[in-house]
Ligand binder design. Structure first.
Ligand code: DP6
Length: 362
C-alpha cells in the first residue's frame, strides 16, 4: 500500500454525530528510530515491543458542523485528564494539517477529544506513541462510519499511517507483540509509511517479555524528539548508524526465532548505547543519561554476570532505564530491582510492564 491508497475515493456517507473510545499502548524500541526525512519518513527501520500497562485512553466525540457555522480552521477541543488543555492544541492542529489530505472529512466535524494516560503525567515516559496512536484510531473509527465496508487490514495500516504522521514511534503502537516500521529488504511487507507486525516466527520466550521501567528522572525531556531527530542531519556518523540499524534488524530475525537471549542482549544494549552516542556526538551535543542511569546499567551487568539470568536494559531518549527479561525470571528480577536498583529511581518509582496485544476499542 502506498500513500495514494490512503486517500478516500468514494463519497462519504456522513453521520450526524457519534463517539468512540480507543485504548492504545506505548512501545519500547529494540532497534531505534533516530533520524527522519520529510513527512515523517524514518531514516532507518526500527522494531519494538508493544507494551501493555502504559497506555492512553482517548475518546473522540464528533458532530457534523452545519454549513453556516463552519470556520476556516479545524474545530476541536482537547481535554487531558478531564481538564481543557490549550497547550496540546497546536500539536493536534499540526497533526490534523498533516493528515487532512488523507482524511478530507475532518473539517466537516466538530470534535471533542478526551485523553488520559495510565502512567503518571510526570514520569518522563513519552506519551506521544500511545496518545497519537489512540487519536489516529478514533479518527479511523469515524472514517469507517463514513465509508462502510472498510477492510480490517486497511483499518490497521491506515491507523498506523496516520499515527506516524503524528509521531513516528506511534506507528508501532497499533498492533501487539513485535512491530516493525520502516523498509527493510529482508522483511516482507515492511514500509516507511506504516508499521506491520513482525512477519516471522517468534520464540515463546519473546511473546511475554517483561519490561520494568525504572524512573530515574521524571522531569520534562531535555531534548524534544523532533530536535533530536534533526540532529542526525549532517551528523558525521549518520550513514553508518542507519546502515547499522538495518544490520541489527537482520541479526534479530534468527535471534527472535530461536529465543537466543545472549545475542538479543548484545543487539538491544548496543542499540540503546548507540542512540545515546549519537546524541553525545551531535552538534549541539547532549548527555541524557544521569549518573543513576549508569549505576543501574553497571548493576545489571554485574547481576547478569554472577547469576547468568538474561536480563538487559534499553533506553529511550532520556534517563529512565527499561529493564528487559523473560517472564520466568520475574520473581528474581523484581527482587533484584527492589534490593539493588530502586535506590536509583526518583522517589523509588518504577512501572512494571510487559509485551501486550496492541490497541483496543473500548
Ligand atoms: C528514541 O516518535 O517521539 O524513542 O516522530 O518526532 O514524534 P517524532 O519522534 P518520536 O521518536 C522516538 C525516538 C526513540 C526511539 C524509538 O522509539 O524508536
Amino acid at each position: 500500500m502506498t500513500q495514494k491508497d490512503f486517500i478516500p475515493r468514494q463519497q462519504p456517507e456522513y453521520k450526524a454525530s457519534g463517539e468512540v473510545t480507543w485504548q492504545s499502548p506505548s512501545n519500547i524500541a529494540l532497534v531505534k528510530y533516530w533520524g527522519k526525512k520529510e513527512n515523517q519518513i524514518p531514516a532507518n527501520p526500527s522494531i519494538s515491543f508493544t507494551l501493555d500497562n502504559c497506555q492512553s485512553t482517548t475518546t473522540l466525540k464528533y458532530s457534523r458542523i452545519k454549513e453556516a457555522s463552519k470556520t476556516s480552521g479545524f474545530d476541536f477541543d482537547f481535554y487531558f485528564e478531564g481538564k481543557a488543555k490549550q497547550d496540546f492544541k497546536p500539536k493536534i492542529f499540526k497533526f490534523f494539517e498533516r493528515i487532512e489530505k488523507y482524511c478530507p472529512y475532518l473539517r466537516e466535524y466538530k470534535f471533542e477529544i478526551h485523553s488520559e494516560n495510565s502512567f503518571p503525567h510526570s514520569s518522563g515516559i513519552a506519551s506521544s506513541a500511545s496518545g497519537m496512536s489512540a487519536i489516529a484510531l478514533c479518527i479511523m473509527h469515524l472514517e469507517k462510519e463514513l465509508y462502510p465496508g472498510m477492510e480490517k487490514d486497511y483499518f490497521s495500516k491506515k491507523s498506523s499511517f496516520l499515527a506516524r504522521l503524528g509521531s513516528g514511534s506511534a506507528s508501532r503502537s497499533i498492533d501487539g507483540g513485535l512491530v516493525v516500521w520502516g523498509e527493510h529488504k529482508n522483511i516482507p511487507g515492511s514500509s516507511n509509511e506504516y508499521a506491520i507486525p513482525f512477519p516471522f516466527e517468534i520464540h515463546d520466550i519473546f511473546k511475554n517479555y517483561r519490561d520494568t521501567i525504572l524512573l530515574v528522572d521524571k522531569g520534562e525531556k531535555q531534548v524534544s524528539s523532533t530536535v533530536g531527530h534533526d540532529l542526525m542531519h549532517g551528523h558525521p556518523f549518520a550513514e553508518n548508524r542507519f546502515a547499522q540499524a538495518h544490520e541489527n534488524l537482520d541479526k534479530l530475525i534468527p535471534v527472535l526465532k530461536h529465543g537466543d537471549t545472549t545475542e538479543f542482549i548484545k543487539i538491544v544494549e548496543s542499540e540503546a548505547l548507540t542512540l545515546h552516542s549519537m546524541m553525545m556526538s551531535s552538534l549541539p551535543y547532549f548527555i541524557l543519561m544521569k549518573p543513576n542511569t549508569l549505576e543501574i546499567i553497571n548493576k545489571i551487568w554485574s547481576y547478569r554476570e554472577t547469576t547468568g539470568i538474561p536480563v538487559c536494559f534499553t533506553l529511550d531518549a532520556g534517563a529512565n532505564v527499561h529493564v528487559l527479561y523473560p517472564e520466568n525470571h520475574e520473581t528474581k528480577i523484581l527482587e533484584f530491582i527492589n534490593n539493588e536498583l530502586v535506590v536509583y529511581c526518583q522517589n523509588g518509582h518504577y512501572i512494571c510492564d510487559q509485551v501486550g496485544g496492541g490497541a483496543k476499542k473500548l
